[in-house]
Design a protein around this ligand. Structure first.
Ligand SMILES: Nc1ncnc2c1ncn2[C@@H]1O[C@H](COP(=O)(O)OP(=O)(O)OP(=O)(O)O)[C@@H](O)[C@H]1O
Ligand SMILES: [Mg+2]
Length: 278
């Protein structure tokens, strides 16, 4: 664990504020969260969370239903801005830049920090258009050939190209659930993200489709930083290098995934992973 850089953290931040057991900070941080609190109106949903996410790392966010996993994940690309009454305080930096800075445009931020949801949600358009939409609105392709190249590269990287290359103009909604989820991943990749957030991306999928997505997550780590919320401890163990355990809005423990699952340091983590509750 290292000391947070005093110059890059809120003035009042000190290690005494950390309520979490384990390695909150990493040396190659891409995302740095400091003293993050989230309220929905009167409801306090996230309490004083400080956490780094490293480069080329998959971090799994686990914990009982309602503990704040989705709320915390949505802080990382300001998706909580879209929820009336939701208030985020503290500091979150992406590559050293405060993502809550005044005047910051959330549209490019949400391309840099892409999100994949629980239920695959392709647009009611063709497979091609699903992937081409983002690069087009963000002006990432200067001509048709470049756009086609981006679509192919994104579908290849999402492990879907071979299955759809002859059907690019068929509707995305006609694909199987697992294919639709890989299409959504391709759509996210197409706008050159740095970070991909996934909120229970496999919970609507069968075991074979799930295994494909898990393999894909492992492949994607080479290029992206990934934070994944999952209810499956087996999945967290298979895909992540670090695991963060949340309980009632607090980040209780974070550490290397193998350590969290074999040798948790906090009683609450142990109770959860041994199935005593949750
Ligand atoms: N839009 C909202 N308005 C008010 N309260 C909310 C809202 N979204 C979440 N909450 C509350 O914030 C807390 C954290 O919810 P969140 O959805 O982040 O939990 P979660 O860990 O993702 O749960 P699950 O595993 O069931 O998806 C809960 O008490 C929830 O009721
Ligand atoms: Mg959730």
């Amino acid at each position: 664990m290292r000391h947070p850089d005093e110059n890059s953290t809120p003035a009042s931040f000190s290690r005494d504020h950390i309520q979490t057991v384990g390695e909150v900070f990493v040396d190659n941080a891409r995302i740095e969260c400091r003293m993050v609190d989230v309220h929905y109106g009167e409801k306090h949903a996230i309490y004083n969370v400080s956490l780094d996410v490293g480069r080329n790392e998959v971090i799994a966010l686990i914990g009982p239903s309602g503990c704040g996993k989705s709320t915390f994940l949505r802080c990382l690309n300001r998706m909580n801005d879209t929820i009336p009454g939701c208030r985020v305080t503290g500091e979150i930096k992406l590559d050293g830049q405060d993502i809550y800075a005044e005047g910051l445009d959330v549209v490019p931020l949400r391309a840099q920090v892409g999100m994949v949801f629980q239920k695959p949600n392709p647009f009611p358009k063709s497979i091609f258009e699903n992937v081409a939409y983002g690069p087009r609105i963000h002006g990432l392709a200067s001509n048709k050939a470049e756009l086609e190249e981006t679509v192919e590269k994104s579908l290849r990287r999402a492990g879907l190209w071979d299955e759809v290359k002859d059907y690019l103009h068929h509707p995305g909604t006609g694909l199987s659930g697992g294919q639709q989820q890989r299409l959504c991943i391709a759509r996210t990749i197409a706008v050159n993200p740095e970070v991909i957030l996934m909120d229970e991306p496999c919970s609507a999928l069968d075991p074979i489709a799930t295994a494909k997505i898990e393999q894909l997550i492992d492949d994607l780590r080479e290029h992206y930083t990934i934070a994944i919320v999952t209810h499956s401890m087996q999945q967290a163990a298979r895909v992540s290098q670090r695991t963060a355990y949340f309980h009632l809005g607090k980040l209780i423990e974070v550490g290397e995934t193998a350590q969290i699952f074999t040798n948790p340091r906090h009683q609450l983590t142990e109770d959860y992973i041994t199935g005593r509750f949750g």
